[in-house]
Design a protein around this ligand. Sequence first.
Ligand code: HAM
Length: 421
Amino acid sequence: MYKAPRGTSDILPKEQAYWKYVEEKAVSLCQLYGYQPLSTPIFEDSQLFTRTVAGGTDIVDKEMYTFTDRGGQKLALRAEGTAPVCRAYLEHGLFNSPQPVRLYYFGPAFRYERPQAGRHRQHHQFGFEALGDADPAIDAEVIEMAQQFFLSLGLSQFSIQLNSIGCKLCQPKYVEALKQHYSAYVARLCPDCKTRLARNPLRLLDCKKASCQKIAEIAPKITDYLCHECQAHFQSAQGYLKLLGIPFQLNYRLVRGLDYYTRTVFEVEPQEEGAQSALGGGGRYDNLIEALGGKPTPAVGFAAGIERLILNLKRQNLTIPPLPAPVAFIAYLGKEAKMEAVKLSSQLRKASIAVMQAIGDKSLKAQLRQANVFGTSYTIIIGKAEIESRTVIFRDMRSGEQKSIPQTEIVTTLKQTQPLG
Ligand code: HAM
């Protein structure tokens, strides 16, 4: 028996209502803020990620799905959505449109992680990016969108963690101070942090091991090292958040798992804490587009993990609108009636009435049982007597009441009825 590969899931029909709900909320949010949809391929040149997310991060060092295609090109399954959006921005000359260009996307991302609740090898992201402007007001817009997205879903138990990680000028000085601090504790560091100290010191602050966290708690704070411009940007972004009444918590240890960030970084954390628990994360990446060969282009964005959102919707017992069921089930008794049922189903669908037709030679009882399972509001029953009198039996599945109506009245009757809510 084949199974879905480890860390991937089939999204069964009973789960789809959650996905549709999340996607609908996401699309209305983006429309409200003037963001336009963009779809990018599921695989890209692997260097797109190695150059931007960068070596020294788990995503690039341990988690990318890379392969060489039959033409010898080295490709990678999409590891995240931001670098592909920037690639598309450059490739299609979107820098010629009025800036910032506001875009959003949905799609799977692939990371070879150790699967557990809320952590998958194929997960799905909803993200949005504003490319081409350095104004801190757009940082606040993106953070507000993230907040409004979670609120619109009905999730209220989350916090917004905020930090600034500086720029090319001030970050190196901080990294140097961090290295010095950690060098005094090398013997106490976990093996991963020993590597981080050499390859990516900022990530030291993010280690979840208790012994390393103690060292992080007494580490120098990045905000004490920000240059004047970064400090002013951070203050201004916070000013806008306060103006908008968006609650946030300053978190000097928030560094994010991708290397392209500059200045503002933020994460949305659910109240129920746990490793790898962020519902979403984002921030500014003012050097990314330049690293891909474009002109210096400031940008900011955010992405949420849909599986984690759905996990939280379930944990909070939120009621999700069900997917609409067909309004009627068409049942029949006998071969002749089956012919009538097939014809009637087709006619109703052509009149834009969603119906599900019985199949096979089941008893009427079995057919009604099916109609119940499918959740149709009505069942239309055709037997020999109905063919002769050119009528059908119209059964209300909620009350169990049934009446005989002329065939000519089926469409109007169904159009007048309300499907079960
Ligand atoms: P990220 O924090 O790596 O950021 O991923 C965004 C969100 O995707 C996470 O907060 C989490 O909810 C979800 N996620 C990540 N990995 C997994 C996984 N293995 N299983 C389930 N869910 C996962 C980015 O990818 C950036 N591109 C976000 C961004 C957009 N920054 C600026 N613009």
